[in-house]
Design a protein. Structure first.
Length: 298
């Protein structure tokens, strides 16, 4: 099927995949949103039935609303507001304040789950929380959304990506240096980010809600332990709307090789990939490893 090629968003890169999900999230409240699917190329790229101009225009309206939503401006605790490391009593307050159905609400439910705490008694965030040290996740997310302009959004969609001097959330597999190998402490080195890609990926992250598990926070699409997590995602050939894509996301998991091939084929899934999330010991910062295909296995 013909459509607009989003050459900058490659499906084998978890960062590019999150950004592609963000394209649909931009239009979540619109009467009609874009379909999304992937090419059959060696490196699959995103396609949509909306134009780049339409996506950029919507992003320029949505990003400021997300940046100014209470999910990114909690005003609950001066320190925790920037990191989301809220005390137990403040997690419910944060979630209550943010669930108003406006653009940005989904950020909160993809970030924290009530009752899910770390060993220090503060909120244990999503597995997609990669920042550490002086790099404060919520503050950086808001900064990225505010810095995303028309040029950076077009660059994200069309590629090749160009970075700017803004702090990053660390989702680019090629751009993160583990703490043990870095010449400086986290937050003290040169700041660089693919602003348009990260802004879209923040919206894409919001499509991965979190839940309070028996031992830690559970993130849709992720499995394993906090120190060695696996992120799994599908690619599909058929143009799919927002709700269909949400359903596909729930079916992609680490046990994909046990799902009958006819089911995946019936859903239009062409492959399922995984990327390990490695954590730097003692620091908590994360990084995606290069992706691997886990289905089909032949």
């Amino acid at each position: 099927m013909r459509g607009t090629h989003l050459n900058g968003l490659e499906g084998t890169n978890p960062f590019g995949f999150l950004a592609a999900l963000g394209v649909q999230e931009l239009f979540k409240e619109s009467p009609e949103g874009p379909a999304l699917w992937w090419t059959d190329a060696t490196v699959p790229q995103a396609r949509t039935d909306f134009t780049v101009d339409a996506i950029v225009e919507q992003a320029m309206m949505q990003f400021p609303q997300w940046a100014n939503h209470r999910a990114l401006n909690p005003n609950i605790d001066p320190k925790a507001d920037r990191s989301a490391k809220f005390r137990d009593s403040d997690i419910r307050r944060y979630l209550n304040l943010t669930q108003n159905g406006r653009p940005g609400s989904a950020f909160a439910t993809a970030l924290l789950a009530e009752g899910s705490l770390d060993s220090k008694g503060v909120a244990k965030p999503t597995d997609l929380y990669f920042t550490a040290g002086r790099l404060l996740f919520v503050r950086i997310a808001r900064e990225i959304l505010l810095h995303a302009d028309e040029a950076s959004i077009r660059n994200a969609l069309d590629g090749p990506w160009q970075s700017r001097e803004v702090s990053s959330l660390g989702w680019d597999p090629a751009g993160y240096i583990p703490y043990s190998l870095a010449p400086t402490k986290p937050g003290t080195g040169k700041k660089e980010a693919y602003v348009g890609v990260e802004a879209l990926a923040i919206l894409g992250m919001s499509r991965h809600p979190v839940f309070c598990g028996p031992k830690r926070t559970l993130t849709q699409g992720c499995s394993g332990s906090w120190s060695n997590t696996q992120y799994t995602w599908p690619l599909w050939r058929r143009p799919s709307g927002y709700n269909v894509v949400s359903s596909l996301l729930t079916h992609a998991r680490s046990s994909a090789h046990r799902i009958p091939a006819k089911w995946f084929k019936g859903w239009g899934v062409s492959m399922v990939l995984k990327s390990q999330i490695r954590r730097t010991r003692g620091q908590g910062g994360g990084l995606f490893t290069p992706s691997e295909i886990i289905w089909p296995t032949e």
